[in-house]
Ligand binder design. Structure first.
Ligand code: CMP
Length: 142
């Protein structure tokens, strides 16, 4: 089924100047950009976005990392987009990511892991709505 998922190109990947390389992987694998912006998150925004991890030991480091520089947020659409994006990203920990995945190629650590992608249809809907209103998500291609 056609799905939408939220993608974040994290500060480490923006810093490495590989925004285009990463977007190109999405596009060449059947995902289409339906909304996009570059933003620098505030502490409050990063905390709210990752609220589900508030109890985890890595939460503070994650929030600090996510506000360390600008990020590129996009809505990707395509057949099976949530799983497809996760497949292209590779495992959360780049040490465990399959060769040829975005994290294997561009991530440096489990925190500085280059990209985020929604993990289910429910979180995708929440995460898209966190960053974009309905006028910012385009429902046609031209
Ligand atoms: P992301 O997909 O953005 O979702 C939460 C992030 O927390 C994750 O990618 C990692 O960058 C970061 N993180 C740090 N430590 C861990 C951990 N032990 N398990 C899962 N995620 C972690």
């Amino acid at each position: 089924a056609t799905e939408q998922t939220l993608s974040i190109i994290k500060p480490d990947a923006v810093g490495k100047n590989v925004i285009g390389e990463i977007l190109s992987r999405f596009e060449s694998n059947g995902l289409r950009v339906k909304a996009m912006k570059m933003v620098r998150l505030t502490t409050e925004q990063a905390k709210a976005f990752y609220a589900v991890h508030a109890d985890k030991p890595f939460y503070n480091d994650l929030v600090e990392f996510m506000i360390s520089g600008p990020v590129v947020v996009s809505v990707l659409e395509g057949d099976n987009a949530i799983a497809k994006n996760r497949e292209l990203m590779g495992a959360t920990n780049p040490k465990e990511a399959d060769a040829g995945t975005i994290r294997a190629d561009y991530a440096t650590s489990i925190d500085a892991n280059a990209v985020h992608g929604s993990d289910s249809p429910e979180t995708a809907a929440e995460e898209v709505a966190f960053f974009f209103n309905h006028l910012e998500v385009f429902d046609r291609d031209a």
